[in-house]
Design a protein around this ligand. Structure first.
Ligand SMILES: C[S@@+](CC[C@H](N)C(=O)[O-])C[C@H]1O[C@@H](n2cnc3c(N)ncnc32)[C@H](O)[C@@H]1O
Length: 152
């Protein structure tokens, strides 16, 4: 997570039991079997390798622990792609802060997610597609984000 966000979180939630840590999602400074629940929002799609990321997250979870991730839906990503090819890999440019800044992230298919999730050893508990204010793309109404509930 970005250090700017951590500073805001520290100010807004200074609880003595909360520990704030920044790390790359592919290599986190926690021992194996550390957590009962992990939550991630709008971040997993920045991963360079979904398999490495899911494997690392699962490593730090206790057996039976759950991981909930909500991130960009691959169908939504398709509408950001220059090559207009669902399967072809491309770094897509996503507008944030009202279009003032653009950030790049890789493109993944739903099969990429399922392959990485299952190969990393997770069990899929549920999958949900979310529609939001960006859902209307021309004449299409498409899911914007996806939510995975996974179990170790
Ligand atoms: C769209 S923001 C979402 C932030 C927050 N989770 C939220 O929902 O408001 C994406 C976040 O992913 C972080 N990020 C991008 N690549 C990352 C990586 N390889 N490892 C860890 N964090 C990463 C960025 O620093 C940024 O904080």
């Amino acid at each position: 997570m970005s250090t700017d966000f951590i500073e805001i979180a520290k100010k807004e939630n200074p609880g003595p039991k909360i520990k704030y840590v920044t790390a790359l999602m592919g290599k986190m400074p926690f021992p194996h079997d550390s957590f009962d629940f992990i939550f991630s929002r709008n971040t997993i799609h920045y991963s360079k390798s979904l398999l490495d990321t899911f494997t690392e997250i699962r490593r730090i979870m206790r057996p039976g622990a759950r991981f909930y991730s909500q991130d960009s839906h691959p169908i939504f990503t398709l509408f950001l792609k220059q090559n207009k090819d669902y399967e072809k890999k491309e770094d897509v440019s996503f507008p944030i802060q009202g279009g003032q800044i653009r950030v790049l992230h890789p493109s993944f298919t739903i099969s990429d997610y399922i392959d990485a999730i299952l190969k990393s050893g997770f069990k899929i508990i549920s999958y949900k597609e979310y529609f939001g204010r960006r859902s209307q793309v021309g004449e299409f109404r498409i899911p914007v984000t996806q939510g995975w509930m996974l179990e170790k």
